[in-house]
Design a protein around this ligand. Sequence first.
Ligand code: SF4
Length: 370
Amino acid sequence: MSSFKNTFEQYDWDETLSDIFSKTETDVTHALGKSKRDLEDFKALISPAAKPFLEQMAQMSSYVTKNRFGNTIQMYAPMYLSNECQNICTYCGFSMTNKIPRRTLTDDEILKEVGFLKSKGYDHILLVTGEANRTVGVDYINNAIRLIQSRFANITIEIQPLNQEEYEVLIESGLYAVLVYQETYHKEEYKKHHPKGRKSNFDYRLETPDRLGRAGIHKIGLGALFGLEDWRADSFFTALHLSYLQKTYWKTKYSISFPRLRPYSGGLEPKVEMTDSDLVQLICAFRLFDEDVELSMSTRESEVFRENIVNLGITSISAESKTNPGGYAVAPQSLEQFEISDERSTEDVVQMLKNRGLEVVWKDWAYNWQ
Ligand code: SF4
């Protein structure tokens, strides 16, 4: 069965990187002048040669987003169900060898957390777990989805990769979207950061969106964890992955996230720095590359950064997030997966968005357009 792996293997990391770095201002001008941009244009827009064009890119990106999505932004909330994990990931506080108290929410606890999020107005929830097949396998997730599906318009998950049949079961129960980040598309570097557990299988993770597409999921979220490897090359491979999926599973919608490494207890320092200016450039490049793709921004980023970026291409945003299971109402003091940066309340973020001329919508885009 063909998959993204076949496409991916036709590319070489070093050649891709040197290609991006060899783009010139002429390539950037050419890309900006087009109405439909391809992957070569995307390389130009993320290249160092595009830096002097950042202001122009931001204006174009803002215009395109306003045209496509209106003056609106969608809000969602993550809910961590468990911090149990059988993987070792060098950048994560839930990594198996970290000696932290482990907790998996019961049905009553899940409903308590849901009560808190509903009181804040959320209608799109992102369920998150570590990767522990015995405790938070497909049966646990299926039960959680069934338990809360009448309370939310959209349920998205960010959990261990599953097989096609398992996704089909969850979709039947009310699952709407799945986020599965490759972390890095650099195969050797990936191995270093995922030395143990099922996540160490690079190809299985790489082919997860294919299994989701075949299962008929409504939406797939892609992304790389910036800091593990060169952000430009990882972003190119994310764009390549997106293009492949859009052509292959054209009924499915797609979103891109931009997580940068955040501190956590015993944490990893980024190998490659991605500055604020780099991240703005990337967000604008994605918007100009694909006018329809949803671009998401979490509370990993600071208050100031988020305020500045919400009008430039982002279409969904979280607020007041807790990255520990039970963090909203059950066990606020337990250990987080990573420290969030923007700690403002939902109400404050909503007000900030209104002040910036944006109307908040609580259901996912596809739902609003049905
Ligand atoms: S990133 Fe996910 S899989 Fe890796 S240790 Fe953290 S929770 Fe587990």
